[in-house]
Every structure is written in C-alpha cells, then in structure tokens.
Design a protein around this ligand. Structure first.
Ligand SMILES: Nc1ncnc2c1ncn2[C@@H]1O[C@H](COP(=O)(O)OP(=O)(O)OP(=O)(O)O)[C@@H](O)[C@H]1O
Ligand SMILES: N[C@@H](CCO)C(=O)O
Length: 307
C-alpha cells in the first residue's frame, strides 16, 4: 500500500473516577490524516487544516510518532503527511492523542501491519510525552481501540477493553478556552487522603461493574471524582452551576473531560444527549465564554481506515 487515510476519534479520559486509567471514544468527532509513501526517506508535513500546529516534524505529534516507528522498523521509507484536525488542541478531548494514535495506526497500515496493538499504544504514548511531558495511555488507548478502556497497569502496559452499554450517550460542551494538559497536571497534589482513595476506588469498581451489567443508574452513581475534579474545576468558569443544572435535568453524571476545559454529561439515549447539549449551551452563556457542543453515542470503533 502506498497511501492510507485514517480517522482517529476524540476521546474522554478519566471518566470522573479513573484518572489516567479510564477512557472512552466518541463517534464522528476526530482527526483525519493521510499518509503517502515518498521515494526518499524524508518525513514531510504537507498540510495541516483545522488548527494552528507546528509543521516542524520534531514538534508535531503525528510526525513525531511516525518518525519513531520508521526509525525502529528501519524501512528507509519516507512519508508525506496531511493532517485534518476535527477539534481544537487543548480541549480536553484528546487532540494530541487522536493525532498520536491515528499516526501509529496509519503508519502500521502503510507498512503492512508489523506492529501489535500494545506497540501502537506505546508509540502513541510518545506523542503524549512530547506535548505534556507524561506518556499517558488513557486517551491514546481509547482512540486506538474504541469503546471504554481501562489501563489496568502502566508497567508493564495492560489495557483492557470494557463493554459499552446499549443506549448510553454523552453530551459534551467545549468552552472555547485552552487548557494545556501539562498545566492541568501541575496543579494536582502529589498525595491524597485514605478516605479520598477509598471513595475513588469504590466508584471505579462500581463503574466497571456497571459497564459489564449494562446498569446505567449504577454507572451514573459511580461518576464521582473526589481526587482531581475539586482542583481542576477551578480552571473552568461556571463548572458548579452547569453541573447543578445538568444533574437536575436527569443526566447520569457530569464531569471534566480529560484535563478540561471540555465537560461531559452521560445520559440515556441520543435525544436526551441533544437536549442536554442545548441546555448546556444556553446555561453557559452566563459565563460570557463561547462554547461548542456535541452529542454523541459511544463509538465501539477506534482508529480506522476511511475512503
Ligand atoms: N498533531 C497535534 N495535535 C494536537 N496538538 C499537537 C499536535 N502536535 C503538537 N501539538 C501540541 O500539543 C499541545 C496540545 O496538547 P494537550 O495535551 O495540551 O491538549 P489535548 O490533547 O487537546 O488535551 P487532552 O489530552 O486533555 O484532551 C498544543 O501545544 C499543540 O500545539
Ligand atoms: N488523564 C490525563 C488525560 C489528559 O491527557 C489527565 O487528566 O491529565
């Protein structure tokens, strides 16, 4: 194959109770990228649409990840790269992860699939290390595998796919401010109390059980975060008010997507998700900050070939 075009989805990391361990893929929203083999061994970003990103191959996640794979596999292959970003960097929806996962997936397809899934995750994590300093696996694993994922262990890496309950949908609001993942990690404490740990791991267990049982009320009760949200919500204007309104309108749960500023409300069914997006957009006007909204089912598909 000389050319591949792939789609790589946006993702919600943490899902409230699973900081750095849970992730889930959205439908439709995501990045596209096209890779074409060159006759020399150069890596060239030929176009970037939809975001103002570095064209220097050593500073863009897509070329960074592809470069690492090509160097290790040592094919002598060069690649032209076209990038089409479907949503903004610094959104909390895994923009760098969509790029890193999509890049690893695409080059693996181009080379005839020499790499296994865990290797693709490992390379995609290098993209996360490039932009945030931390090789976080939650967004990239969800983007590659689709559905819900649990990073059971980082060392050695063990990522588990979890079931997606029927009729689960999500409403997302993306306030048009940028929060860098590195900055949102810097404000977190190094240590947490035993009581917070107990609450958090009880909810994580509850959430995993809810996914296996398809128990949406239990899923909703488990969407609690006493570890990260109390710190990060201070970076997101209007967080508490929006949470109150959304929960009053029967969302299953509400929280911060990844490192923010995007916020999610899980709910039952797409019509409820559309209703919640409208509600969130109306309510957010009070902050004076522009916001975009998306309603989505949970995509069981991760990165995939298109066209
Ligand atoms: N291909 C790329 N896609 C997205 N961001 C990139 C890319 N290449 C480099 N970057 C840089 O990465 C930074 C954004 O990464 P960051 O992890 O902060 O955002 P994010 O991926 O949207 O966040 P989150 O992981 O919380 O969803 C920006 O400074 C951006 O310029
Ligand atoms: N788990 C990560 C996701 C952001 O990439 C965080 O919340 O910092």
């Amino acid at each position: 194959m000389d050319k591949v075009k792939v789609f790589s989805p946006a993702t919600i990391a943490n899902v409230s109770c699973g900081f750095d361990t849970l992730g889930v893929a959205l439908d439709d929203l995501g990045d596209e990228m096209t890779l074409t083999k060159r006759t020399d061994n150069q890596l060239v970003i030929t176009s970037i649409q939809g975001a103002d990103l570095p064209t220097d191959p050593d500073r863009n996640v897509v070329s960074w990840v592809i470069g690492k794979i090509l160097k290790d596999i040592n094919t002598g292959t060069g690649v032209d790269i076209e990038i089409k970003k479907g949503f903004k960097p610094g959104s909390g929806l895994g923009s760098s992860a969509a790029s890193g996962a999509g890049a690893a997936f695409a080059v693996n397809e181009l080379l005839g699939r020499p790499l296994k899934t865990n290797q693709l995750i490992a390379y995609a994590r290098e993209g996360e290390r490039l932009v945030s300093g931390a090789p976080i696996a939650d967004n990239v694993s969800a983007a590659l595998l689709g559905g819900f994922i649990l990073v059971r262990s980082y060392e050695p890496l063990e990522v588990i796919s979890l079931p997606v309950p029927d009729n689960l949908a999500v409403a997302v609001i993306h306030p048009q401010i940028e929060i860098q993942t590195a900055a949102a990690r810097d404000i977190l404490p190094d240590q947490i109390s035993m009581s917070s740990a107990i609450t958090q791991w009880a909810n994580l267990g509850g959430l995993v059980s809810a996914l296996y049982e398809g128990d949406l009320p239990l899923f909703g009760r488990s969407l609690r975060d006493v570890v990260v949200e109390p710190h990060r919500k201070k970076l997101i204007p209007g967080f508490d008010q929006l949470k109150e309104v959304v929960m009053d309108h029967h969302a299953l749960g509400f929280g911060i997507s990844g490192s923010g500023p995007s916020l999610f409300a899980f709910c039952e069914g797409m019509s409820k998700a559309r209703e919640l997006t409208q509600l969130m957009q109306q309510e957010y006007v009070h902050t004076g900050i522009e916001a975009k909204v998306y309603a989505s089912v949970i995509s069981k598909l991760g990165c995939r070939l298109i066209d």
